[in-house]
Design a protein around this ligand. Sequence first.
Ligand code: SF4
Length: 460
Amino acid sequence: MSDTPRQITLQEWDDRYESVPTGGVPQPAYGGPLGRHVADGDTRLLKLRFDNSPAALRLWNFLLTEEDRLRAARAGGKKLVGTMKDLGTVPVMAYSLDNLVAFYPDGAWWIPCVMEVNSGLLQIADSLGIDESFCPVRAMLGAFVTEAHFPIPDLLTCSVGATCDDFSAIAQRLNGLGYPILWWEIPHRRCPEEEEETVPLPGGFAAPRCQIEFVKAELERVRIALQDLAGRSLDDEALARGIARANRVRGLLAELRSVVFTATPCPMPALEMLIAEMLAIHFCSNQEETIAVVQDLLDEANRRVAAGVGYSSAEAARVFWVNPVADLRAMNLLEDCGGRICGTEYLFAHALDPIPLDVPPLEALARMALADPMVGSAVDRATRIVAEIRRFGAEAVIVSRIPGASHCALEGEIIGEIVRAKCGVPVLEIEVPPLTDAVYPSLRTRLEALVETVVNRRSR
Ligand code: SF4
């Protein structure tokens, strides 16, 4: 059994590391004091506050050792697949073969935050003509050039078509620098016409049959490339096994989200929940370990719920959060201001939905890819958010804009209008840069005002 839930600093974690009761949670080979990651340059950790459970320690160590895992996988003879932009589809296919390891070079998105802009990646992107008018994913270019953050993959895939302008431009620049990319197209999801066959998608959307067939054909090309790389067959049986493992991760995360977003007090902080949700996309380069890490978090959350302990007071404002934050510290701030998370949509809702099991594997993956909130309209996205707000009883919505992100210019306004009209809850739009330090006081004021609004509305 772990301590009473508390958010602690990195220094506190390191001070208590040797004496921490693990509550039966084994700390794996990649475990150790969190402070060692600061020596690697991850200085933002010094400004964060962490959940004090062994399960959270395991989560953070898992996240922060991905690069080591990738290098070890290559040294062990496995092939690396850099999957770009689709956020959850191609990794399911790659992990269906046990000699492939997939990861998202897009994950460099967070390097400017975690290394407090000391990595030089943004300057490299600048020098390549990708300046701050692009979203922080431009750090990926610098990561390729320096090779200091992840090994260069043996195969690079990237979804195109209905993707953001930022990523299209940056991936094309990468291609121009001499990194070959297997492009596969995902069309903009549209409603079926009256005479068209309608195919239901995970998450409640629908698409015409012709779009499913198109994406299936695109994924067939990806399948061939993966099996060529692996030197073994990626047949339907292998894909079905891969889908079952991905669904195991998604099922655990669904349970964790449900427990955490509905319990009072809230049993797990917003920051650890954000990191946990991200595991659904790429499994942090080890699918089995992802299952173990999320299971630990779920067990811890359930223990806390049973003991009636957690972070928030009964009065905490129940907030639904839209978009991932470029600065992880913003998640700590929500709780400091008297809020708690009751629902999220971090741009990859389709990676959390169970993949259909009643259709052939490639069709199931095509349906899942077309359920991506970013390949449909902002109205679609808002519709799904409204359903989740109602499900988790959120009392307010925060839409966090990503600096430079092309989709953020107007999308927040559309989502805000629909959410206000349908749910009648306040919506706050904020911009969260990779380092919020300069705007921290004003961000705090705005979040506090939102929490105050929520509390005042209750007494009406
Ligand atoms: S613009 Fe948005 S969707 Fe595109 S890479 Fe940046 S954060 Fe991701």
